[in-house]
Write a protein that binds this ligand. Structure first.
Ligand code: UD1
Ligand code: MG
Length: 430
């Protein structure tokens, strides 16, 4: 019995149908690349090593893989380059060179299937172990539209006989609606023995990994299938429409996790929340919110409707951010409110401060082309339409009148009231 698991991810293709110079697997869903999603599921089965086959955009893909691997705690990532894409079988031959002499079970999948779950990969590993030495397991799916996929051909007893590619299929085979997802679990030693014997005598002139099935059948080796309960897990992303479809599913999975943790999401259809976002229990997301990766939202906050939280934003417990407000690299302190039509750019706002309607934290200096921060204290009362020009520091209990423009040169002391353009001191501390 094989020991351990090696996992191979094929990702050398360009993804021509994406109509983009960006390598396909680097397209993002919910703040994370397709490859990142696949590596996440892959790492959850805890393989001894992961071999990634790259080709088009090799350096870019390698860099992203290494970054994700570090984040996911994947210790043994081996990236190999397939210079010329001569088919999935050829890609696997290149991967094989990076495997150990006895690689254990070899689990193979593609870098463009972000919906595949660790549970399904585990099922495949278990099926391989149960089927015994030399066994090969193929993950299949029953789909409404099998167009383009390799078809699962079975004999009278229902045993897998061959996988026939769309381009090579006859009329009867084209009608089969069970397809090959492209995910397999191999006995590693058996795989290494058979790979060199693949030939490219088919309609596409490629080395097909799927030909290993026919070889195994011929040699009477065990070949079994596992069929997905949810066929969508097996779908790959080939164009931007499929990217949008996959996004919908992954988005729902993210929202479900937050809801299970006590976050109210009024309309999951219009809540756009990237992966790697923290939201505390008791917080409510109102319709039409966009929350980017890395944003942290505390407990009992209210966000939305129509709120855009960009990278680096922190909403502390009990704070409210609402209608048509955008925040970037900003902190809204405990119990503070920014409820209407405001822009918070590089703003650090204390506790129980109220940001009036239409307030702008002007963080960008177009002359120096630099961005600066504005710090507001606690219990500040910001009048409607105030502009804080950064860098700036506004201490506790300051009041600004409607339309005040606070220049960086304003030397505001605690408890003062400022008004006008540019704003001047109206009243000292009472
Ligand atoms: C492959 C399967 C098909 C299956 C389908 C599922 C074969 C021969 N066919 O077909 O049975 O239904 O996937 O999606 O395996 N790749 C490389 N190097 C290569 C060729 C491909 O790394 O030389 C990678 C691609 O980046 C891609 C994946 O392998 O992610 C699949 O390649 P693709 O050409 O799309 O395979 P299909 O023709 O769709
Ligand atoms: Mg192909």
């Amino acid at each position: 019995m094989a020991s351990g698991v090696s996992l191979v991810i094929l990702a050398a293709g360009k993804g021509t149908r994406m109509k983009s110079p960006l390598p396909k697997v680097l397209h993002k869903i919910c703040g994370r690349t397709l490859l990142g999603w696949v590596l996440d599921s892959a790492s959850q089965v805890d393989p001894d090593r992961i071999v990634l086959v790259v080709g088009y955009g090799a350096d870019q893909v390698r860099e992203e893989a290494e970054r994700e691997a570090q984040e996911l705690g994947i210790e043994d990532l081996r990236v190999v380059v397939q210079e010329e894409q001569k088919g999935t079988g050829h890609a696997m031959q290149i991967a094989a060179a990076a495997l150990d002499e006895d690689p254990g079970i070899v689990l193979a999948l593609y870098g463009d299937m972000p919906l595949i779950t660790a549970e399904s990969l585990d099922d495949l590993i278990i099926a391989q172990q149960e089927a015994g030495e030399h066994a090969m397991v193929v993950l299949t799916a029953e789909v409404d539209d099998p167009d383009g996929y390799g078809r699962i051909v079975r004999d009278e007893d229902g045993a897998l006989e061959a996988i026939v590619e769309h381009a090579d299929a006859d009329q009867d085979e084209l009608e089969i609606d069970e397809i090959n997802t492209g995910v397999y679990a191999f006995d590693g030693l058996s795989l290494l023995e058979h790979l060199p014997h693949l030939e490219a005598n088919n309609a596409q002139g490629e080395y097909y990994l799927t030909d290993l099935v026919a070889m195994a059948v011929e040699e009477d080796l065990p070949v079994v299938t596992v069929t997905l309960d949810d066929a969508s897990e097996g779908s790959g992303v080939n164009d931007l429409a499929q990217l949008a479809e996959a996004r919908e599913e992954l988005q729902y999975r993210i929202l479900e996790e937050h809801m299970e943790a006590g976050v109210s999401i009024i309309d999951p259809q219009t809540a756009y929340v990237d992966y790697d976002v923290e939201i505390g229990a008791g917080t409510v997301l109102l319709p039409c919110v966009y929350v980017h990766r890395g944003v942290r939202i505390g407990e009992h906050c209210e966000v939305g409707p129509f709120t855009h939280l960009r990278p680096g934003t922190v909403l502390e417990d009990g704070s409210l951010m609402g209608n048509f407000t955008e925040a970037k690299n900003s902190v809204l302190g405990k119990g503070s409110k920014a409820k209407h039509l405001s822009y918070l750019g590089d703003a650090v706002i204390g506790e129980n401060t109220n940001i009036g309607c239409g307030t702008i934290f002007a963080n960008y200096n177009s002359k120096t082309k630099t961005k600066s921060q504005t710090v507001l204290g606690n219990h500040v009362s910001v009048g409607s339409g105030t502009v804080f020009v950064a860098p700036n520091h506004i201490p506790d209990h300051t009041v600004t009148a409607a339309g005040a423009v606070l220049l960086p040169s304003a030397e505001v002391a605690e408890g003062e009231t400022w008004a006008g353009v540019p704003a001047e001191r109206k009243k000292g501390r009472s």
